[in-house]
Design a protein around this ligand. Structure first.
Ligand code: NAD
Ligand code: DAU
Length: 344
């Protein structure tokens, strides 16, 4: 039996990954370790605890709490750590960066120390394409590119990547790192653009497109990202980095058109607003190294956007309580005073 600690497993990608692991192998036990911040929710794992009770365990804890992390690693007999735990939203990192430095950098260091102390555990770090910074022209980021993060969020993720690599080089910790493009799909907190726009559209609230909306993103379906991470755990070369995405970008405006069409909502809901500070114009990944492991995404970005829009349309029970809670205050702080741009 393999004993995997999934930190941040109550968040969006983490909960989808936990489901993926438990469905794919009866020889895996999963312990989720999660602080349950605003983004971590036990509802995201409700069906998991019902379906896989014997092979699934939950611990509420902070990855910055070394004693609790170590107790969990020892008590659960962990052999592999997959670290999803992080503060993840760029706009929140612009408003209040401290939590990003604390969790994304210091928290990763605490996990690396625990992995080292308990027998050089296998360690996989979930990173992001944002560490490469924005990409000019037709270029694509390859894993050997220099890091050039431009937001407090991406700077904290890049720092964590450097620590993970350093623990491999210095202590021989068996690590891998994956850098994913934008994920979309079930259980994503509605602060991120696709679930925000879908839920706004379902409530007939304008969709606040930053600036001209011509920024490019690779919107990948979360299940595809999870499949790639699992394959890297199985077949990835120790010490290596892997990009994960569809390799196809589209503008935010194209993404909006697709979701409005899927939901049958009018284009008049589009509202251009003042841009994000330091907004990265384009991310673009070369994913050939991950494809070479035998992985292939099942969804194109357009299929992923449509499937996500349908999930939110059909699962109001999940997002309505969120939008009625803490989210209201957050929404007012980010969008309340934001200048609306003249569409001409
Ligand atoms: P999320 O915000 O939905 O979930 C983050 C989870 O981490 C939550 O459950 C939260 O409670 C938990 N957490 C936060 N601080 C913690 C702490 N100090 N201790 C323990 N748990 C803590 O994020 P997500 O979108 O699922 O992202 C997961 C990981 O994937 C992150 O590392 C993120 O940087 C990375 N990533 C995300 C995307 C994306 O598009 N969402 C793309 C590439 C990489
Ligand atoms: O690229 C991977 C990253 O994708 C992850 O590492 C991050 O955790 C995740 O949050 C995401 O970052 P982005 O900044 O790309 O995602 P977000 O959903 O915030 O924004 C996507 C695009 O949409 C970006 O160009 C900004 C734009 N946008 C976003 C919001 C919230 C808008 O136009 N309006 C909005 O209200």
């Amino acid at each position: 039996m393999q004993n995997i600690l999934v930190t941040g497993g109550a968040g969006f990608i983490g909960c989808n990954f936990v489901r993926y692991l438990l469905e794919h192998s009866s020889r895996i036990e999963v312990s989720v370790y999660d602080k349950l911040t605003y983004a971590g929710r036990l509802e995201n794992l409700k069906d998991v605890s019902e379906r896989f009770g014997a092979r699934y365990h939950f611990v509420q804890g902070d990855i910055c709490d070394a004693a609790k992390v170590e107790d969990t690693v020892a008590a659960r007999n962990i052999d592999t750590i997959v670290n999803f735990a992080a503060e993840t939203h760029v706009d929140r990192s612009i408003l209040a960066p401290a939590a990003f430095v604390q969790t994304d950098v210091y928290g990763t260091y605490v996990l690396l120390e625990a992995a080292r102390k308990y027998g050089n555990l296998r360690f996989h770090q979930i990173s992001t394409d944002e560490v490469y910074g924005h990409i000019e022209g037709r270029r694509r980021s390859v894993e050997s590119d220099a890091l050039a993060p431009r937001s407090p969020y991406s700077a904290s993720k890049a720092s964590a990547d450097l620590f993970v690599s350093a623990y491999h080089i210095t202590y021989g910790l068996p690590v891998t790192i994956s850098r994913g493009a934008n994920n979309i799909g079930p259980f994503q907190y509605p602060e991120k653009v696709v679930p925000l726009f879908v839920t706004n559209a379902l409530e007939s609230i304008p969709l606040p497109v930053y600036g001209d909306g011509k920024q490019m993103r690779d919107y990948q379906f979360v299940a595809d990202h999870c499949a790639a991470i699992y394959l890297i755990l199985l077949r990835g070369r120790i010490g290596e980095l892997y990009n994960i995405g569809t390799g196809a970008e589209m503008t935010n405006l194209d993404m909006v058109e697709i979701l409005l069409e899927e939901l049958n909502r009018p284009r008049s809901l589009i509202q251009h607003v003042e841009d994000r500070l330091g907004h990265d114009r384009r991310y673009s990944l070369d994913v050939s190294k991950t494809l070479a492991l035998g992985w292939e995404p099942d969804y194109t970005p357009e299929e992923a956007i449509r499937a996500t829009a349908r999930w939110y349309r059909d699962n109001r029970w999940w997002w309505q309580p969120i939008r009625d809670g803490e989210f209201r205050e957050y929404y007012a702080s980010v969008y309340g005073d934001r200048k609306v741009l003249d569409p001409r």
